[in-house]
Design a protein around this ligand. Structure first.
Ligand SMILES: Nc1ncnc2c1ncn2[C@@H]1O[C@H](COP(=O)(O)OP(=O)(O)OP(=O)(O)O)[C@@H](O)[C@H]1O
Ligand SMILES: [Mg+2]
Length: 489
């Protein structure tokens, strides 16, 4: 799957669109057809047609379900109120149901379910992007993390295949949810975001920090599925084949030494169990809380791929402790300190370590694929500065190029920046902050002087012992001019 493919498709669509829109009549028809794709929703109780049954159509686009209709009749005929006196009551205003039409925006309407035969898998099995192609695409943006990129590519490829076959026979391909562990700023979120750009299955990226057990302040656990539904244009079938990435999953670890009910930790993990495994969940359409007056729908999560990611701070300490305990017994005793400095210690993670961190076994059991990302070393940070398609350096070069100034960084300067970033311990995130700091003066000074043609950032400038090398536009011209003179003489 290359970028070219995408643009081609887009162009085709645009051409089709202009042909279709030639006459107004046809456009009207199209609008109507668009509306037909959505389910009707009861104006009073906000349930969609699929749950509430056939709707009664009233003028002004009002639709009311049978239950609400019956209830209104009952209220009117029970004789409790003298309806003729109603309008004399100072607190009663005539309320026009026609105004309510606008109350249910399209984003809260559900697409109609298709007949079983009409369900088309989102992807064509013959046109699947192979894992190595997915990875090659990721390579353009993400430096290092080879294992994670490989595992992700395979997981996504298999997900495509499962969706494409969509079989219900004996050999059902089961999904394998993933857990992604890596230090802060090592590219977890970035990896998934980049993947999202390349895919055409719906993908929702959500965050575990705000999740709480149902009924407490915060987002319900089902809200993650609700986001996927939104990403799939409220089309339930599409959403049921999507991918959900839950970031910051370590933030729902069991709280230690807490006597209160752990509504945002252990309970959330428990609440997520049935979701991960595959079950029918009721989700609100177009909102993240069931308490809002919005239609609900049922989504089966059996085919939804879940990827959970988190930094798991202090997990390395837990692994070290375990390894040291093991090596303290018997022959390995002298190797005690060998794990202290191991940069790839996360690779040695076991389920036991994660359990000690505060994840419950049932939760871990539902995430069979565990992928670890490495902390970024100096060389990798230098590569991140200059190599990816939208590398930070390229961004600054482009900014200055608009002023017709050339920007260059010495290799030594790049290493000095990477060294500084390593000290901050925030991974690749530190790079941007550091460069921002140094570039401030340069971005401020350069537009002052029209003569500047090229700026070279040096190691001395980064370390504070010197300045950048600045070349004037005239300097090049001069040197050529003098050269010409000397030749003449
Ligand atoms: N391997 C990498 N290759 C290229 N850029 C990277 C890489 N890792 C990180 N970055 C850059 O660093 C930024 C921060 O990374 P990201 O948001 O993925 O961190 P994270 O692993 O999710 O950390 P946290 O656990 O704190 O959320 C990204 O926006 C990206 O620009
Ligand atoms: Mg992140």
């Amino acid at each position: 799957m290359s970028d070219k493919d995408y643009t081609n498709n887009e162009e085709e669509e645009i051409v089709e669109g202009t042909v279709e829109d030639t006459t107004k009549e046809e456009k009207k028809d199209k609008d109507k057809k668009d509306d037909d794709e959505y389910e009707k929703v009861c104006t009073i109780c906000h349930r969609p047609e699929s749950t509430a049954g056939k709707m009664v159509d009233l003028p002004n686009n009002i639709t009311v379900c049978n239950d609400c209709m019956q209830r209104s009749f009952d209220a009117m005929t029970s004789g409790q109120y003298d309806l003729s006196q109603l309008l004399n009551n100072p607190n009663v205003q005539i309320f026009n149901m026609g105004d309510m039409e606008e109350q249910i925006p399209k984003k809260q309407k559900l697409k109609k379910k298709k007949e079983a035969a009409d369900v088309v898998p989102l992807v064509d099995i013959n046109n699947l992007p192979a894992p190595h192609k997915i990875k090659a695409n990721l390579d353009e943006y993400i430096i290092g993390q080879e294992h994670a990129k490989k595992a992700m590519s395979v997981a996504v490829y298999n997900h495509y295949k499962r969706v494409a076959t969509n079989t219900m026979d004996d050999i059902e391909i089961e999904k394998s949810n993933m857990l992604m562990i890596g230090p802060t700023g090592s590219g977890k979120t970035y990896l998934v975001k980049t993947l999202a750009k390349l895919l055409d299955v719906p993908l929702a990226i959500t965050d575990a920090t705000s999740l709480t057990e149902a009924g407490y302040i915060g987002d319900d656990i089902e809200s993650v599925v609700s986001k996927l539904l939104a990403a799939a244009d409220n089309d339930v079938e599409k959403a049921e084949q999507g991918i959900i990435f839950i970031d910051e999953i370590d933030k729902i670890a069991k709280k230690k030494n807490s006597s209160q009910r752990d509504v945002s930790g252990e309970s959330v993990q428990q609440g997520m169990l049935k979701l991960l495994e595959g079950s029918d969940v009721e989700v609100p359409v177009g909102a993240n809380s069931k308490n809002a007056m919005v239609p609900l729908t049922t989504i089966n999560t059996r085919n939804i791929l879940f990827i959970c990611g988190g930094a798991f701070p202090d997990l390395d300490g837990i692994i070290q402790e375990r390894l040291m305990k093991q090596s303290a017994i018997g022959f390995g005793a002298d190797l005690k300190d060998k794990y202290k400095e191991d940069p790839n210690i996360l690779d040695k993670v076991t389920l036991e370590d994660l359990r000690n961190f505060g994840m419950i076994p049932e939760f871990l059991g539902r995430l069979p694929v565990v992928v670890t990302l490495q902390g970024l070393g100096e060389e990798m940070l230098v590569s991140i500065l200059k190599e990816p398609k939208n590398a930070i350096l390229k961004q600054y070069q482009k900014l200055l190029a608009l002023d017709e100034v050339q920007l260059e960084f010495n290799d030594e300067a790049l290493h000095a920046i990477a060294k500084r970033a390593m000290k901050r311990d925030t991974g690749a995130r530190a790079l941007r902050a550091i460069i921002e700091e140094f570039m401030l003066d340069i971005m401020y000074e350069i537009p002052k002087d029209d003569n500047i043609g090229k700026v070279t950032i040096t190691k001395e400038y980064i370390e504070g012992t010197g300045g950048p090398i600045i070349k004037l536009r005239t300097q090049n011209v001069e040197s050529i001019a003098t050269k010409g003179k000397s030749e003449n003489e």
